[in-house]
Design a protein around this ligand. Structure first.
Ligand code: PGA
Length: 249
């Protein structure tokens, strides 16, 4: 059984004080339902305070990006071992905002995912088509190329540690989520592809999150789909009450 994974991607919101308050509001006295995991991904500078706020709770810590080298002359970058030491269990790689604003390629995302795994972090590997690509019926081709590229050379043994987040770009931050059926259709396609890449064991073990305008109202119907194993939540994760509703949905 795949454990449902709800992750909050705070993006570039919150200095340490704000992040600490939000983390405490999320974790204080709240259980994560059995069979589920919940992760908060604050900006880098807030990781230490959020780690402290989550200690002893059922909520886990993640980062929003990493570099692929362990250390060296890479000004401005943060490595997977640094994130591990800071208490992270997960790291998002290849978010569409990084692909778009920073030109990240599938090959770079792949190096990040492999480096994360090597450091003992679970990578949340993001894929998804733009509106133009969906309207020209390229969704499956785009998603397949992103998955094949981003997960290249990952071993069958490591595959169960990988999480895929299907995030249609047109649904991110727009208030226009994919319908549960649209999400499930792409998730089922991804599931088949993962089976081809990692064998049925690996393919069945990898969790596939949906992301893009998930909120307290639509979470239940999205998570009710058989191939939807969780949610990557942006805007709605910045409010403790709405994030907790999604965690419990
Ligand atoms: P959103 O962001 O929930 O605000 O649409 C999702 C994401 O970018 O991961």
């Amino acid at each position: 059984m795949r454990r449902v994974l709800i992750a909050g991607n705070w993006k570039m919101h919150g200095g340490a004080a704000e992040a600490e308050a939000l983390a405490r509001a999320v974790a204080r006295g709240h259980d994560v339902p059995i069979g589920r995991e919940a992760v908060l991904c604050p900006p880098f500078t807030a990781i230490p305070v959020v780690a402290a706020a989550l200690r002893g709770t059922q909520f886990q810590l993640g980062a929003q990006d990493c570099f692929w080298e362990e250390k060296g002359a890479f000004t401005g970058e943060i490595s997977p071992p640094m994130l591990r030491e800071a208490g992270c269990a997960y790291v998002i790689v290849g978010h569409s905002e990084r692909r778009r604003h920073f030109g990240e390629s599938d090959q770079q995302v792949n190096r990040k995912a492999q480096a994360a795994l090597a450091a003992g972090l679970r990578p949340i590997v993001c894929v998804g088509e733009t509106l133009e690509q969906r309207e020209s019926e390229q969704t499956f081709g785009i998603v397949e190329a992103q998955i094949r590229g981003s997960l290249a050379e990952i071993s069958r043994a490591s595959a169960p540690e990988v999480v895929v987040a299907y995030e249609p770009v047109w649904a991110i931050g727009t208030g226009r989520n994919a319908t549960p059926e649209q999400a499930n259709e792409v998730h089922a396609f991804i599931r088949g592809l993962l089976g081809a890449l990692f064998g049925s064991g690996g393919g069945e073990a990898i969790r596939i999150q949906y992301g893009g305008s998930v909120n307290a109202e639509n979470a239940r119907s999205l998570l009710g789909q058989p191939e939807v194993d969780g949610a990557l939540v942006g805007g709605a994760s910045l409010n403790a009450e709405s994030f907790l509703k999604i965690v419990g949905a």
